[in-house]
Design a binder for this molecule. Structure first.
Ligand code: 8YV
Length: 325
């Protein structure tokens, strides 16, 4: 008998078709928004779920869904999973790393450039019909080339941004991470390890690429923003909650830092109202991995994890492999 799985959000029809070759699939191609209780109801009798990063999998859900064996996330981040609770319940968690690294690093760099060169502000000005004449300092921003790029969180995506900065734009790259990279990796990215304090004080542009956890909550708040250069830009492509968005809005308004680019927000898709009223911030709706080939590769990797595990006990990218034993 085929295993039963739930796909919780609309995804590529070809991925649903692939899954249907192996499983009895319940999908949500209408992309309805389910409450946590509805999600539990839909999961009854299912052995697997395909999640996209927004669905909370916690102890309460696991207790209510005793047949569940695997949650496959179509995202590299997995802060929607209570991994300890999943491991305790013997439920496998998988994520979707690697396939989105370069696309997400491209976007991080694009957001950095748009922020430093004030592209969104300038475009709004033009669209509003305010462009009447040239001025020597019209939307003058900060240089990227030759400046110091700081990276907080130096995993695969952080390294991709470092390579772009060092090799493409001649930037000096400094980083801070829970653990220092090995010498060969540092050399490949031309990146130097520094303390968080030095990173904040020295970076002309600071990009956040660290995972969200209780220990990274508000890693950038008022105190950290105050240590940054008044000419600095801050870019967050990691997770909402790593930055204290209210403190950031105040810092942008007071010119504690020059500008920010944000793809992720505390409590998204809601955005802190103060961020919507400051001009020196570029805001995008969590799209760093959004190219069609990359999103398809992410969806296929989540599907491969479901197929590999439920058919052969061999998931590709397990997060809590100890439940396999
Ligand atoms: C996802 C992401 O699109 O992979 C991640 O961790 O942040 C994005 O690529 C997002 O998580 C989907 O909810």
């Amino acid at each position: 008998m085929k295993a039963r799985i739930l796909v919780s959000r609309a995804v590529f029809p070809e991925v649903i078709a692939r899954l249907a070759q192996h499983f009895d699939v319940s999908s949500n191609q209408a992309d309805e928004a389910w409450t946590p209780l509805q999600l539990i109801q839909k999961l009854q009798g299912k052995q697997g779920i395909f999640t996209t990063g927004g669905e909370r999998i916690d102890a309460a859900l696991l207790a209510a869904c005793p047949e569940l064996k695997i949650c496959a996330n179509m995202a590299v981040g997995y802060n929607n999973f209570d991994l300890d609770a999943m491991t305790a319940a013997g439920v496998l968690a998988t994520n979707a790393p690697d396939v989105l690294t370069e696309t997400t690093a491209d976007f991080g760099f694009a957001l950095l450039m748009a922020t430093a060169r004030r592209m969104a502000e300038a475009e709004h000005f033009l669209r509003a019909g305010q462009w009447t004449r040239w001025r020597y300092d019209l939307f003058a921003g900060a240089d990227i080339h030759g400046s110091t790029l700081g990276i907080l969180g130096m995993g695969r995506i952080g390294q991709g941004i470092a390579r772009r900065g060092a090799h493409g734009f001649g930037m000096k790259v400094i980083y801070h991470n829970r653990s220092r990279l090995d010498a060969a990796t540092e050399l490949g990215c031309k990146a130097s390890y520094v303390s968080k304090e030095e990173l904040l004080k020295t970076a002309d542009h600071l990009v956040l690429v660290l995972p969200y956890s209780a220990s990274s909550h508000h890693a950038i708040g008022a105190a950290e923003l105050a240590q940054m250069k008044p000419t600095a830009t801050l870019v967050n492509i990691a997770r909402g909650g790593i930055v204290d968005d209210a403190a950031l809005a105040a810092a942008l308004r007071n010119k504690t830092i020059a500008a920010a680019g944000l793809d992720v927000f505390e409590g998204e898709p809601k955005v802190h109202p103060d961020l919507l009223t400051v001009p020196n911030v570029v805001l995008t709706p969590h799209i760093a991995s959004a190219t069609l080939p990359t999103r398809l590769a992410m969806a296929n990797l989540a599907a491969d994890n479901l197929i590999g595990f439920l058919l052969n006990n061999k998931p590709l990218t397990p997060l809590n492999a100890k439940v396999l034993i």
